[in-house]
Design a binder for this molecule. Structure first.
Ligand code: SF4
Length: 369
């Protein structure tokens, strides 16, 4: 019996839909609401930022059945994320649901990668329970930014630091990632921040770094609480200026560091990247040589009939596909359709409308032009 309140009928429609498909996998979100108040939270985009207490949308059994019955779910293949949209999975009471879902999936013998993102307390007893899983490839991504401005991020970064320490001491089959984000130019990109991040990287199996997701709704929130604009403009993609990236790379010379979440996950588990980023070769310039070998061996240009069949399953027009050594290109697609194909083939799938720019690593134009 859940100790969480049940979400009311006024929950925004986007949040009533407990499964969506994102780049890091099929995302299960049947608990929504969070007290942690990170100012840049994506809940601003779902009109859910004011829900400070976690609420249950549907029960765990119903949620898991919806996940494994989803048209895009493939046993042992599709990456899964749990509670990565509208709550923190390690909050009290929320973590009961996290453990129930993980154990249910694991008991089905599924070996899918599972990503769990937190900035909250991960206790030794939590890790002990996670270590009992036998099949899922589980990664805990611990978000840390070192931001000290309480209006932007009220949660003490020391909590994430302790969680990384606990994982480092107690986890064996459970992999951990220092999820260093959001790095914001002029705010948390000093040499001191970089030195602290280097220290934390030693506690994790890999480090992934990224920038700020800065949309109109997030900008408006900061304006309302008196935080000056973090960047001069909003963007569809994450903002990460090239100059900051150069300094991060310099600071991490010799330390395993990844631009893409799935690359960090792949390295932590000793497998190839399930998003096929290897096709976008310039992403791999910072990757450890053994990992490059793994991804290179797995990067096989898929035959057109297989691609067309997957496109048809996803509801895309098979007639509009082109394939080259870097990527598959489709037309008039949504993210769900592209990620289904990408994760099935471990090969990048792009839409003609959103071409990738060489060397920009899928980030916003701001700071690169
Ligand atoms: S080789 Fe490239 S695709 Fe593979 S993990 Fe490294 S950066 Fe990612």
């Amino acid at each position: 019996m859940s100790k969480l309140r049940v979400a009311g009928p006024d929950l925004p429609a986007a949040l009533k839909q407990v499964i969506d498909y994102r780049k890091s996998g099929l995302s299960l979100n049947h608990v929504v609401g969070c007290p942690l108040d990170c100012g840049y939270c994506v809940r601003h985009l779902f009109a859910n930022y004011e829900m400070k207490k976690p609420h249950l949308v549907v029960g765990d059994t119903e949620a898991i059945e919806a996940l494994v019955g989803h048209w895009a779910f493939q046993p042992d293949t599709t990456p899964i994320q749990i509670f990565n949209r509208a709550t923190d999975p390690f909050l009290p009471m929320v973590k009961d649901h996290l453990f129930t879902c993980l154990e249910d999936l694991d008991q089905r013998g599924l070996t899918n990668p599972v990503l769990v993102i937190t900035r909250w307390h991960v206790e030794p007893a939590d890790v002990a329970r996670l270590e009992h899983l036998r099949n899922l490839k589980l990664t805990i991504l611990v978000t840390w930014s070192g931001i000290e401005n309480d209006k932007i991020e009220p949660v003490d970064s020391g909590i994430a630091e302790r969680s990384l320490e606990v994982l480092s001491r107690h986890a064996v089959r459970t992999k951990s990632i220092l999820y260093w984000r959001p790095i914001i130019a002029g705010l948390n990109d000093t040499d001191l921040h970089f030195a602290r991040a280097r220290g934390l990287a030693a506690l994790a199996d890999a480090t992934v770094f990224t920038g700020l997701f800065f949309r109109d709704e997030i900008r408006a929130h900061f304006k309302a609480i008196g935080v000056p604009d973090l960047y001069s403009d909003v963007a569809r993609r994450k903002i990460f200026p090239v100059g900051v990236e150069r300094r991060v790379l310099e600071a991490f010379t010799g330390i395993p560091l990844f631009r893409k979440t799935s690359c960090g996950v792949a390295f932590a588990h000793g497998i190839s990247d399930y998003n096929g980023h290897y096709g976008v070769q310039e992403i791999c310039d910072i990757c450890p040589i053994l990992q490059v070998g793994l991804c290179a061996a797995a990067h096989l240009k898929p035959p057109m009939p297989r691609v067309e069949a997957l496109a048809a399953t996803a509801g895309l027009d098979p007639g509009s596909i082109s394939i080259d050594d870097r990527r598959i290109e489709v037309a008039d697609s949504n993210e769900q359709q592209r990620y289904f194909m990408q994760h099935s083939l471990n090969y990048q799938v792009h839409d003609r409308k959103h071409p990738h720019h060489l060397g920009r690593h899928g980030r916003a134009e701001l700071g690169w032009t």
